[in-house]
Design a protein around this ligand. Sequence first.
Ligand code: DGP
Length: 124
Amino acid sequence: MPNSYDPNNIFARILRGELPCKKVYEDAHVLAFEDIRPLMPVHALVIPKGAYLDMSDFSARASADEIVALTRAVGEVARLTGVAASGYRVIVNNGADGHQEVSHLHLHVLGGRPIGRMVGAPKQ
Ligand code: DGP
């Protein structure tokens, strides 16, 4: 994980249309698409269209419109994927200890069956 924004990260390339995705939702500030390695029956990624490395970067630099759009998009994706009523989990992996693999902020929306407790015990 680089500590500065790499404009050629996978999600930046998806945003530019250089790589395909299975789109779930899009608006002026946000794109949401299916995760390529789903961990649950529903596993979508919600990303800002702006170039933000992670949640720390987004929370510091994003405009109010972008922050509102990302938040509203999570609810919209939950509704569109059919998990709004049954329940879902939103995960943001941030930085090295958070196990962030792709250096463009993304929110995981997971659901479709009971997920269990919030986190497992960390590996020593
Ligand atoms: P994270 O560990 O939070 O950075 O999760 C990165 C997620 O991105 C992981 O669940 C797999 C997904 N992913 C990686 N490459 C691609 C891709 O090319 N397309 C899609 N749709 N998802 C990807």
